[in-house]
Design a protein around this ligand. Structure first.
Ligand code: GCO
Ligand code: MN
Ligand code: MN
Length: 386
């Protein structure tokens, strides 16, 4: 049996918009045909995935009459049951419709903000109906190119008002869902509001129901901002806010690429997997798509590739933890202080003695922590020679 073949126990999920991506870009028409969501369910199940996620519009196109909506949802539910897939997360498309061109919850037009709430509540109902426990808010068009409209502070307040309102809605409905904010620095807007994991963490603390709201960090988004994804992930974990995750890949300082997981930055992918395996038990969600060059077979090769790479890296993480030389290098990198405990407990006497302590600065300056060797051991492990 192939140890890297995905199984539902691995809890891999894909968005309908990922494997269904038709390969459109700002310069060219789609290169692939539209995909029926039930077909994606069948193919993903065959590959060993655990679930699918969707925007309201991916499943029920905006403006669909109620009877047709119910028919689509019933058919989709049957496909999920038949193929044993679940829907752990759902979200709203608040970026496709031209009326959202200057934002949804942060539009300067209050009618658009109210419409965004209307659309999101209906999408939350749809997600709840299909069993979603996490509801993602990616700020699509929440952002600006022009700041002369003076809404920089208002936009944050409108965003906060909207999330507070929607938290109340979920509580009142008894859906038991949690919200996950997904920061992104730019694209499609020149500057997005809440551009990074750090800014979203600060914002969550200002909400009325901070415990209901966490993060859905995306590897590509932090990379676009020139930041390290493992560092962002660690910040989210440290704050108890890693509610969901978007895995993919990205070249730094390029357009939004949504590459196959592990396609570009293998070390980033490795430390991402290592953190997730140790500190996260939610679905491993891939928010990526096949290259525009690919036909349908390329799409399934892409999806399988994301999952296999994750599993291979999870095995490497296991080896890393069990490698005596690597563990010895880590142990000698991390040094205890024989003259004082860590963390120190503050009291006046302790502070006085710490202020008076004589440190051997010369030896501290001279110490080499061995990081070159440790990193090379890591690279060799990843290259498969240890
Ligand atoms: C992007 C985003 C989206 C969101 C999706 C779920 O860069 O387009 O990553 O794919 O993740 O809208 O909210
Ligand atoms: Mn993205
Ligand atoms: Mn995403």
């Amino acid at each position: 049996m192939d140890p890297y073949a995905p199984t539902p126990a691995d809890r891999f999920t894909f968005g309908l918009w990922t494997v269904g991506n038709p390969g459109r870009d700002p310069f060219g028409e789609p290169t692939r045909a539209p995909v029926d969501p039930t077909y994606s369910v069948a193919r993903l199940a065959e590959l060993g995935a655990y679930g699918v996620n969707f925007h309201d519009h991916d499943l029920v196109p905006d403006g669909t009459p109620t009877a047709e909506r119910d028919r689509i949802v019933a058919r989709f539910k049957r496909a999920l049951e038949e193929h044993g897939l679940v829907v752990p997360m759902a979200t709203t498309n608040l970026f496709r419709d031209p009326l959202f061109k200057d934002g949804a919850f942060t539009s300067a037009d209050a009618r658009v903000r109210n419409y965004a709430l209307h659309k999101t509540m209906r999408a939350i109902d749809l997600g709840a109906e299909l069993g979603a426990r996490t509801y993602v808010f990616w700020g699509g068009r929440e952002g600006a190119e022009v700041d002369a409209g003076g809404k920089l502070l208002d936009a944050l307040q409108w965003y906060r008002d909207s999330l507070d309102y929607l938290c109340e809605y979920v509580r009142e409905q008894g859906y038991g869902m949690r919200f996950a904010l997904e920061p992104k620095p730019n694209e499609p807007r020149g500057h997005a509001f809440l551009p990074t994991v750090g800014s979203a963490l600060g914002f969550i603390a200002t909400l009325s129901y901070p415990d209901m709201v966490g993060l859905n960090p995306e590897l590509a988004h932090e990379t676009m901002a020139g930041l390290s994804f493992p560092h962002a992930l660690a910040a989210a974990i440290d704050a108890g806010k890693l509610f969901h995750v978007d895995l993919n890949d990205q070249i730094m300082a390029r357009f939004d690429q949504d590459l196959r997981f592990g396609a570009e930055n293998l070390k980033t992918a490795f430390f991402t997997v290592m953190l997730l395996e140790e500190h996260y038990d939610g679905p491993r969600h891939f928010d990526a798509h096949a290259l525009r060059t690919e036909d349908e077979e390329g799409v399934w090769a892409f999806a399988l590739g994301c999952m296999r790479t994750y599993k291979i890296l999870a095995e490497k993480a296991e080896r890393f933890r069990g490698d005596p030389e690597i563990q010895a290098a880590i142990a000698s990198y991390r040094v205890d202080d024989p003259e004082g405990t860590w963390p120190p407990r503050f009291d006046a006497a302790h502070a006085a003695s710490l202020k008076g302590r004589e440190f051997d600065l010369t030896s501290l300056r001279a110490r080499g922590p061995g990081l070159e060797r440790l990193d090379q051991l890591t690279v060799e492990l990843l290259l498969g020679v240890r």
